[in-house]
Write a protein that binds this ligand. Structure first.
Ligand SMILES: [Fe+2]
Ligand SMILES: [Fe+2]
Length: 170
């Protein structure tokens, strides 16, 4: 199994453009899952997805990293204004996240779009096409369960190891 350091170096190397983006930094100010926020959640989902992907030699880890880091970006901003119902939020934010990923990265692959747009399955009925999209569906639900119990100081240390300038915000 890869070490925590190897995993985090992989995330920094593949996802550096996303980690350094203004949208990703904004996500630390957007509350999500009670005690967490959008960008910490995206980091957790990325790490758990890579752990699950380690079980499959053929997993596309680069697509997984890029998509996981962007999968909830649609929630950043006036989410209660943009999404007037809970159902609308569940169905629409994956599509808006894909649009924001495209904006940050210039373009996204079909697999990255599949991972982002179908990550809410089975809460929405659009099912994943790739195993990487199935992986994020599992990781996303696991993270939603444990994030209400995460410790803030652990996130601060993670930001430091990934060289994310969270402290430079606001
Ligand atoms: Fe989501
Ligand atoms: Fe999520």
């Amino acid at each position: 199994m890869r070490s925590k350091e190897d995993l985090e170096n992989e995330i920094r190397n593949v996802g550096g453009d996303i980690l350094d983006s203004e949208m990703f930094l904004r996500g630390f100010c957007q509350s999500h899952h009670f005690r967490s926020n959008v960008s910490d959640h995206e980091l957790h989902v990325t790490k758990i997805s890579l752990r699950i992907a380690g079980l499959f030699a053929s997993a596309d880890r680069e697509a997984l990293i890029r998509a996981c880091l962007c999968h909830d970006m649609g929630l950043i901003g006036q989410r209660k204004v943009v999404y007037t119902t809970g159902r609308m939020c569940i169905t629409q934010h994956p599509l808006d996240s894909a649009t924001r990923a495209e904006y940050i990265l210039g373009s996204i692959s079909d697999k990255e779009r599949d991972i982002i747009e179908h990550h809410m399955f089975p809460l929405v009925l659009n099912s994943p096409d790739s195993k990487e999209a199935v992986i994020i569906c599992i990781a996303d639900k696991l993270c939603a369960l444990f994030e209400p119990f995460t410790v803030r100081s652990m996130s601060v240390k993670l930001h430091s190891r990934l060289r994310i300038p969270v402290h430079a915000m606001a």
